[in-house]
Design a protein around this ligand. Structure first.
Ligand code: UDP
Ligand code: MG
Length: 315
């Protein structure tokens, strides 16, 4: 029997891109049809446009197309997890609907896994062409910071576009955490990954769902999910402040003994109080972030809720 490749496509308001995407992906599927069969899982992440309708029509026309539709928007992370859980393939690919992840790379990725013995082929963009410069700058900073803080390696410019073996996917879905940060999870499970590089491509239609603020929150999520270094920062800051205070006390005692105690220094006092209470609040905020994540984790809420689908899930 031929092997099966599942292509997972998280879709949120992609009515314009989806038909274009389908055209491209079946070209690739036809090209590879001698070697492998295909299955496409379109995960409709609570779209407000005709994405679900289009998915259903495609699935009527083409039996390889499956759809999984959420009851509301749960985010791309949830979409990817649903895709992975519903996938039946021996190899599983994740691809965006906007053709920023070129389907034409798939044959090469498949060959690498088959012939070179890798478990996973990931892609990373080497340029950030077409992206606002400030965003690129902050993205670079983020990767520098998180790689210093976390033992799990995050590759700069890595996309979610990748082809994985069944074994690796099983390891990923065995991690049941609620706060999912896929870039970290993919790297956490280990396995041999080969990185293919390509130049950034702009989306074919529609617009990106990521605002700067959303990306910023996502970055914080990544740090909180894969590093506890910020928690130690508060302890270290505390120690430093104590040392500074200790030195200041000695200096003041000596100064008072030598020069008496003229009243003064109120402005500096106010500054110190503001500074120290600022640090305290900052540290409490860090602890709060971890507490909030732990709180959500203990509720054990589902990551996504499926309203309708034409694919049965394997348990
Ligand atoms: N997406 C999703 N749920 C969301 C936001 C995005 O499923 O809440 C999908 C979207 O339809 C697309 C992919 O995730 O297929 C990547 O989104 P986008 O192109 O907006 O991100 P970018 O490529 O700009 O990082
Ligand atoms: Mg995109």
């Amino acid at each position: 029997m031929k092997e099966l490749i599942t292509v997972i496509v998280p879709c949120y308001n992609e009515e314009e891109s989806l038909p274009l995407f389908y055209e491209e992906i079946i070209k690739v599927a036809d090209k590879m049809s001698k070697q492998v069969d295909f299955e496409f899982i379109l995960v409709n992440d609570g779209s407000k446009d005709k994405t679900l309708e289009i998915s259903k029509n495609l699935s009527k026309k083409d039996k390889r197309v499956k759809y999984v539709s959420f009851s509301r928007n749960f985010g791309k992370e949830a979409g990817m997890l649903a895709g992975l859980e519903y996938a039946k393939g021996d190899y599983i690919a994740i691809m965006d609907a906007d053709l920023q992840d070129p389907p034409s790379m798939l044959p090469e990725m498949y060959n690498i896994i088959k012939k070179e013995g890798y478990d996973c082929v990931g892609t990373r963009r080497v340029t950030r062409k077409g992206e606002p410069p400030i965003r690129s700058f902050f993205a670079r900073c983020f990767y520098k910071i998180i790689n210093k803080m976390s033992k799990v390696e995050m590759v700069d410019g890595a996309r979610d576009y990748r082809l994985m073996t069944r074994q690796m996917v099983n390891s990923i879905i065995s991690m049941k955490e609620y706060n999912r940060y896929s870039k970290g999870l993919f790297s956490f499970v280990g396995y041999d990954t080969k990185w293919l590089e390509y130049e950034n491509i702009e989306r074919v239609a529609g617009e990106t769902k990521w605002s700067f603020w959303k990306l910023f929150k996502y970055a914080i999520e990544g740090i909180v999910a894969f590093s506890t270094v910020p928690l130690s920062i508060s302890a270290i800051l505390g120690i430093i402040m104590c040392l500074v205070a200790f030195i200041a006390i000695i200096v003041i005692i000596i100064k008072t003994l030598m020069f008496g105690d003229p009243v003064g220094g109120w402005p500096s006092m106010v500054c110190i109080i503001l500074f120290v209470s600022g640090i305290q609040l900052f540290c409490m905020g860090i602890i709060g972030q971890y507490l909030a994540k732990t709180y959500l984790e203990t509720k054990k809420r589902p990551v996504y809720i499926v309203k309708e689908t034409n694919q049965d899930k394997i348990e």
